[in-house]
Every structure is written in structure tokens, then in C-alpha cells.
Design a protein. Structure first.
Ligand code: HEC
Ligand code: HEC
Ligand code: HEC
Ligand code: HEC
Ligand code: HEC
Ligand code: HEC
Ligand code: HEC
Ligand code: HEC
Length: 479
């Protein structure tokens, strides 16, 4: 060991290929070759080790953890330094987010690249999330393993949000204002709800049993929201934008959004409850109680759930666009789509407003026209309102009729699923924001059939003004 530059070494197995290939009878030679893992970082690096070899993108960590290494190599993070240089706008202030630094992990104060400007810290490497690895690398069996956080801070103290924020890419800021970043607390403490309403529950349901900082739990029961790394695989994936699952497959077991957005789209005969996050089943077209007389005529899959909208849920709910100042044309902000709003309320420049409490007529339907589905934003807005009005009218009629059905028909413990119960369930779709977009055709058909069934079964009379003809058909008036 040279003074001042202590080295860590790793034993790698090198099979001498020639021997193997020429004759299986010859002895195979396995050579243990000591390879230099890294040079001891200077003290100012604060324990970050960075690359073993930048040109081959071999991280020090990746010498041992070959799985994460090979996944990560293919991700955008492994290309962050070149991306910055190739932009033609590189300057010092840009660098800490495009390198291994104190950003994204437990380190505070300058560290890694910010402290040393050494090439070994180029790119968003393992330690950007896991934190300084020197202690672990020199003593891998030490239980103090560098773990990455699942939490996202928007104030710049931990996690993906330390880099993925600011007006050029305000992912963390938008996410924090979305339902995924501000979960309904009432469901977080209950085990039956956690697989969708907490981050750790979702990861368990996805089969991610790997360690992360919050996994050990805390006094509050350790709940975190649907954070970035719940949807995105931190190491990279075969899907677009490093997502853990596909967004373009119309299947509840495979589609990222539908994995949670499908709790009760089909009635549970033992429960009196109505629909609960029925968006997946609606879009696919298998939602609801199907009365015996239902004639669905083959168009139950909404046009929104078909090839016309390949991004499915994300196609409408995750759209990024640049916002410029109306007066000067100057850049204002990149809207990242991480508020997950399909038709956002926007300010004068077109940026999503914080409160989102505008009137229907002021919502932005541009996304619907861009996809080429609707002739114009106004057309899409009008179509949505026509559909919503129709669903509200039918639901009101079902509510009126259901009130005339004997109470004994609504006993969830009697092992019967009655027409009264089914009709009530179907009317519930009309009250969900978005049903008129998710599948107005199916919901209308379900409600008409429910009303017919209520008529037949309980001898009730339908109000003459309510048409029993299907009015919502793909295309036509809904363009
Ligand atoms: C010299 C080989 C070696 C290097 C280099 C190395 N590790 Fe490890 N790492 C290990 C071993 C061995 C374990 C298992 C320790 C145990 O189970 O007690 C481990 C465990 C881990 C774990 C926990 C895995 C689990 O499933 O429990 C994480 C996370 C981790 N290392 C991250 C890193 C990071 C980040 C780096 C780079 C800073 C790194 N490692 C570098 C050998 C290494
Ligand atoms: C040290 C800063 C930093 C941290 C921490 C960080 N990122 Fe990134 N991320 C970047 C940069 C820079 C890029 C752009 C890289 C490029 O494409 O050149 C990027 C790109 C991405 C992309 C786009 C990849 C693609 O192929 O389109 C995703 C998704 C992403 N990051 C997710 C995450 C998640 C999730 C976390 C936290 C678990 C995270 N990032 C943590 C800086 C960071
Ligand atoms: C606050 C952290 C941060 C700073 C500072 C920062 N970036 Fe980035 N940069 C990111 C993140 C995060 C992404 C990925 C965003 C995405 O995928 O939408 C990114 C993406 C990029 C990309 C696209 C990469 C690619 O390969 O497609 C370029 C180019 C870029 N940044 C250049 C710059 C320049 C130039 C500066 C300085 C003027 C800068 N960045 C400053 C965090 C930062
Ligand atoms: C963008 C942030 C991020 C980056 C970059 C990253 N990790 Fe991770 N890593 C995580 C998170 C979060 C977890 C825990 C959850 C999970 O596995 O999805 C994790 C889990 C792990 C684990 C334990 C599970 C396993 O897969 O064996 C190891 C080991 C690991 N990372 C090593 C690495 C190595 C090596 C690199 C670089 C080649 C790396 N990580 C890059 C965030 C990151
Ligand atoms: C509910 C799931 C979900 C959560 C939570 C989530 N994302 Fe995403 N993210 C997506 C989807 C879907 C896309 C778009 C994929 C597409 O259309 O290609 C995306 C795209 C991205 C991209 C690529 C954007 C581009 O222009 O290339 C980045 C970077 C990103 N997300 C970062 C983050 C960060 C950082 C967080 C946490 C603050 C986060 N995401 C939280 C689902 C999610
Ligand atoms: C891990 C489970 C999970 C995944 C994956 C998921 N969601 Fe959610 N989502 C939820 C839960 C739970 C809520 C309700 C949050 C609350 O208000 O308590 C929600 C809320 C929403 C909302 C209402 C937002 C608001 O601000 O009120 C929309 C829209 C949404 N999700 C769309 C999506 C889309 C699009 C995807 C896929 C890109 C997706 N979700 C993926 C669980 C998930
Ligand atoms: C299979 C996934 C899943 C399970 C399990 C689940 N939910 Fe949900 N829940 C969702 C999704 C997704 C949403 C957001 C979409 C919506 O509002 O339709 C949601 C929305 C809600 C809302 C409305 C939140 C709001 O802010 O508007 C409440 C309340 C709720 N759930 C309570 C519960 C309770 C209580 C449990 C456990 C008894 C539970 N959920 C179990 C997926 C689930
Ligand atoms: C054709 C576009 C489109 C598609 C595809 C789509 N949505 Fe929607 N979604 C909407 C519209 C429009 C609304 C109503 C927004 C409003 O009322 O401001 C909505 C509302 C919602 C809401 C209620 C939001 C709230 O504020 O309470 C949730 C949750 C939701 N969608 C989730 C999903 C999920 C999950 C998928 C995929 C299964 C999906 N959406 C597919 C357009 C779409």
C-alpha cells in the first residue's frame, strides 16, 4: 500500500477463455486477479467513492452489486453528465444535480463533486441516492449499509426532490400538491387500505422487499405517500421513464395506474358500498353490475381505453408542457404533469393553479385535442358536459326508483345480490369525477339496463322525460 493512497481491492473470477474453448479435457484455469476498486477519496469528498471507471460506467458499488449496476447503466441517470455537456449551456451552477453530490441523499454540506470537481463523481450514480459509501465499501459486512430514501422532500433535504425540482422540472412541487403527495390519512393507518394508500404498502404489494431508509418504521407507524420511487424504479426499467410497470397495457395486473385504481369497480355482493376507485375497470370496460338485460353491443371499451389513446390513464393525466409568459414570451415553468390532472384549472399563462377551484368552463381541455381525438379543446369540453349531464339525469332517476324499492332488498348479509343493490351501485359511477370521460358509454348502458330491470322486477314506472335510448355513442355528438 502506497502511503496516503490506500487502495481497496476486489478478487474477481476470470475464466481464461482460450483454455475453455479449445478443449473441455484441459484443466480450466480460474485466476483470482486483484483489481483496484478505487483510490481513497480526499477528505472533502465526505466519504463518497464514485466511479471505479467512468468510461465503462463502472461504479465502485457496481463491482459487487452487478444487478443494480447493469440496470442503472441503461438509465438516464448514467448519462446525466454527458447530457449536461451536450446541451451547450453547461455552467458550474448546473453541476451538483448532474453529478454525485450532497443532493438526493443523507449528506449535508458540500460533498462528492461539489467539493472536489473530480471526474469520478460525474453522473447521477448509486451514491446520489444511497449516500456516501466509503465505510460500507471498505467493510461490506458492517451493518451500516448506505440506504436510499423513499421520502421526497420539497424543501430540498432528501430524496429525488432535491434534484427534480425548480422551474425547469418542478416534479417534486407538483407531486406534493397532488393526491399522491397528500394522501387521505384515514386510510393510512388501516392494514386493509395500505396497499394503495401508503407507499410502503404499495411497495410490498409490488413485491419490492429491498431495504430503504424508512423501512425500519418509526413511532408514527411509518407511512409515506405514493412517492416518486413507488411509481419509478430507482435503478431503471424496461418501461418508459423508468416506471415500474407499463402505462400502455389495458390490464389491471400490468398497468401501473390500474394496479391501485381498481378497488371496487365491480360490486362486492357482501358489501353495501358503492364503487371505490373504479377508473381502471371503467376504462377497460368490465365495471359495474351487469343486469341480465344488458345489451352492450360490443362497444364497452371506451375509445379512451383503446389504441386511440395509447398512454391510457397517463395519456390524459400525465402531460408535460412548457409555460411561457403571455406578455413577453419568456419561459415561466415546465408543467411536468405530476399533479395528475386531466383537465387542470390554469392561470393566465396556462400554468396549473394551486387551488384548482375554477368553474368547468375554465378548465384546460387542450390535452384532449392534442391527442388528435377531439376536434378542439372546446369540443372535448362540450362532449364531457353532455355526457356528465346524461349520467347525472339517469342516476337521479335510479335514486328516485331505488327509494321505492322495499328496504329488505338492501340487506348485504342475505346472500343475495338484488336488482335494487345493483342499480344503486351503477348509479354511484355518476358521482365520480371523471366517469363521463372514463367510459360514458358503458355507464349509460349500465344505468339504462338497471332502470329497465327495476321496472320489470319491482313494477315501477319510469319518468316519461327520461329517455331509455342510448344517447352517448363513440364519435358523433361526442367529438
Ligand atoms: C466489496 C463489495 C461491495 C461493494 C463495493 C459494495 N457493496 Fe453493498 N453490499 C456488499 C455485501 C457483501 C452486502 C451484504 C451485507 C450483509 O448482508 O450484511 C451489501 C449490502 C448492500 C445493501 C443492502 C442490500 C440488501 O438487500 O440488504 C445495499 C443497499 C448496498 N450494499 C449498497 C451499496 C452501495 C450503494 C455501494 C457503493 C457505495 C455498495 N453497496 C458497495 C458488498 C459490497
Ligand atoms: C443528483 C440529482 C438526482 C437525483 C437525486 C435523482 N435524479 Fe433523476 N435525474 C437527474 C438528472 C440530471 C436526470 C437527467 C438525466 C439525463 O437524461 O441526462 C434525471 C432523470 C430522471 C428520469 C428520466 C429518465 C428517462 O429515461 O427519461 C427519471 C424517471 C428520474 N430521473 C427519476 C428519479 C427518481 C425516481 C429519483 C429518486 C429515487 C431520482 N430521479 C433522483 C437527477 C437526479
Ligand atoms: C436542481 C437540479 C438541477 C440543476 C441545478 C440543473 N439540472 Fe438539468 N436536469 C435536472 C433534472 C432532474 C433533469 C431531468 C428532468 C426530466 O427528465 O424532465 C435534468 C435534465 C437536463 C437535461 C436533459 C438531459 C437529457 O439528456 O435529455 C439537460 C440538457 C439539462 N438538464 C441541462 C442543465 C443545464 C444546462 C443546467 C444549468 C443551466 C442544469 N441542467 C441545471 C436537474 C438539474
Ligand atoms: C435514483 C436513486 C437510486 C440510484 C441512482 C441507485 N439506487 Fe439503489 N436503491 C434505491 C432505492 C430507493 C432502493 C430501495 C427500493 C428499491 O429497491 O426499489 C434501492 C435498493 C438498492 C439495493 C438493495 C436491493 C437490490 O436491488 O439488491 C442495492 C444493493 C442497491 N440499491 C444498489 C445500488 C447500486 C449498486 C447502484 C448504482 C449502480 C444504485 N443502487 C443506484 C435508490 C437508488
Ligand atoms: C403515480 C405515479 C407517479 C409518481 C408518484 C411519480 N411519477 Fe414521474 N412519471 C409518471 C408517469 C406515468 C410518467 C410519464 C411517462 C410517459 O408518459 O412517458 C412520469 C414521467 C417522469 C419523468 C420523465 C419526464 C420526461 O419528460 O421525460 C420524470 C423525470 C419523473 N417522472 C420524475 C418523477 C419524480 C421526481 C417524482 C416524485 C416527485 C415522480 N416522478 C412521481 C408517474 C409517476
Ligand atoms: C400505489 C397506488 C397508486 C398508483 C400506482 C397510482 N395511484 Fe393515483 N391515487 C392513489 C390513491 C390512494 C389516491 C387517493 C389519494 C387521496 O386523495 O387520498 C390517488 C389519487 C389519484 C388522482 C386524484 C388526484 C388528486 O389530486 O386528487 C388521480 C387523478 C390519480 N390518482 C391518477 C393516477 C394515475 C394517472 C396513475 C398512473 C400514472 C396513478 N394514479 C397511479 C393510488 C395510486
Ligand atoms: C386496491 C387499492 C385500494 C384499496 C385497497 C383502498 N383504496 Fe381507497 N382509494 C384508492 C384509490 C386509487 C383512490 C383514488 C381514486 C378515487 O378517489 O376514486 C382511493 C380513494 C379513497 C378515498 C377518497 C379520498 C379522497 O381524498 O377523495 C377514501 C376516503 C378511501 N379511498 C378510503 C379507503 C379506505 C378506508 C380503505 C381501506 C378500508 C381503502 N380506501 C382501500 C384505492 C384503494
Ligand atoms: C380520456 C382522458 C382520460 C383517461 C384515459 C383517464 N382519465 Fe381520469 N379523468 C379524466 C377527466 C376529464 C377527469 C375529470 C377531471 C375533473 O373533474 O376536473 C378525470 C378524473 C379522474 C379522477 C378523479 C380526480 C378528482 O379530482 O377527483 C381520477 C382518480 C382519475 N381520473 C384517474 C384515472 C385513472 C386511474 C385512469 C386510468 C384507468 C384514468 N383516469 C383515465 C380524463 C381521463
Amino acid at each position: 500500500m502506497r502511503p496516503g493512497t490506500s487502495k481497496a481491492w476486489i478478487a474477481t473470477f476470470v475464466v481464461v477463455a482460450g483454455t475453455l474453448a479449445t478443449s473441455a479435457c484441459t484443466d480450466e484455469t480460474i485466476v483470482f486477479r486483484d483489481r483496484e476498486l478505487f483510490e481513497t477519496p480526499v477528505a472533502a469528498a465526505a466519504g463518497f467513492v464514485g466511479y471505479t471507471d467512468e468510461t465503462t460506467k463502472l461504479t465502485v458499488c457496481g463491482n459487487c452489486h452487478v444487478g443494480p449496476q447493469s440496470q442503472w447503466e441503461e438509465s438516464g441517470h448514467a448519462d446525466a453528465w454527458d447530457g449536461l455537456q451536450d446541451s451547450g449551456h453547461a455552467q458550474e451552477f448546473c453541476e451538483s444535480c448532474h453529478t454525485v453530490s450532497e443532493l438526493g441523499n443523507v449528506a449535508t454540506g458540500t460533498a462528492g463533486y461539489s467539493a472536489t470537481a473530480e471526474d469520478r463523481y460525474h453522473d447521477v450514480q448509486c451514491e446520489s441516492c444511497h449516500g456516501p459509501g466509503l465505510d460500507h465499501v471498505t467493510n461490506p459486512s458492517d451493518p451500516n449499509i448506505p440506504l436510499a430514501p423513499m421520502d421526497v422532500s420539497v424543501d430540498g433535504t432528501l430524496g429525488c426532490g432535491e434534484c427534480h425540482q425548480g422551474s425547469h422540472h418542478p416534479f417534486a412541487e407538483e407531486w406534493a400538491q397532488s393526491g399522491h403527495g397528500d394522501m387521505y390519512a384515514g386510510a393510512q393507518g388501516r392494514s386493509a387500505c395500505q396497499s394503495c394508500h401508503t407507499g410502503e404498502g404499495a411497495l410490498n404489494a409490488f413485491g419490492v422487499s429491498d431495504p430503504y431508509i424508512e423501512k425500519g418504521g418509526d413511532a408514527q407507524g411509518n407511512h409515506f405517500n405514493i412517492t416518486c420511487a413507488v411509481c419509478h424504479d430507482p435503478h431503471g426499467s424496461d418501461f418508459t421513464a423508468q416506471l415500474r410497470y407499463s402505462i400502455d397495457v389495458a390490464d389491471e395486473d400490468q398497468n401501473l395506474c390500474m394496479k391501485c385504481h381498481h378497488k371496487r369497480g365491480i360490486p362486492d355482493p357482501t358489501s353495501f358500498r358503492g364503487p371505490h376507485s373504479p377508473q381502471g375497470p371503467l376504462l377497460i370496460g368490465d365495471a359495474g353490475w351487469w343486469p341480465p338485460n344488458l345489451d352492450i353491443q360490443g362497444d364497452i371499451v371506451a375509445t379512451h381505453g383503446s389504441d386511440a389513446n395509447p398512454g391510457l390513464c397517463a395519456g390524459c393525466h400525465v402531460n408535460s408542457y412548457e409555460v411561457t409568459d403571455a406578455a413577453t414570451g419568456e419561459f415561466v415553468v415546465n408543467a411536468t404533469g405530476h399533479r395528475f390532472l386531466a383537465t387542470p384549472c390554469v392561470d393566465a399563462n396556462g400554468a396549473p393553479t394551486t387551488d384548482q377551484d375554477c368553474a368547468e368552463g375554465e378548465k384546460n381541455y387542450e390535452g384532449c385535442a392534442v391527442a388528435g381525438c377531439h376536434g378542439s379543446a372546446q369540443g372535448a369540453s362540450a362532449a364531457n358536459q353532455v355526457a356528465q349531464l346524461r349520467l347525472t339525469t339517469l342516476a337521479a332517476e335510479i335514486d328516485r326508483l331505488v327509494a321505492l324499492v322495499p328496504a329488505t332488498e338492501f340487506d348485504s348479509g342475505d346472500n343475495r345480490y338484488t336488482t335494487g343493490e345493483g342499480a344503486k351501485f351503477n348509479a354511484g359511477f355518476a358521482g365520480f369525477a371523471g366517469s363521463a370521460s372514463h367510459n360514458p358509454f358503458l355507464v349509460e348502458a349500465l344505468m339504462i339496463a338497471s332502470i329497465e330491470q327495476l321496472k320489470t322486477e319491482y313494477g315501477l314506472a319510469v319518468t316519461a322525460e327520461v329517455s331509455m335510448q342510448r344517447q352517448l355513442v363513440p364519435g358523433g355528438a361526442l367529438r
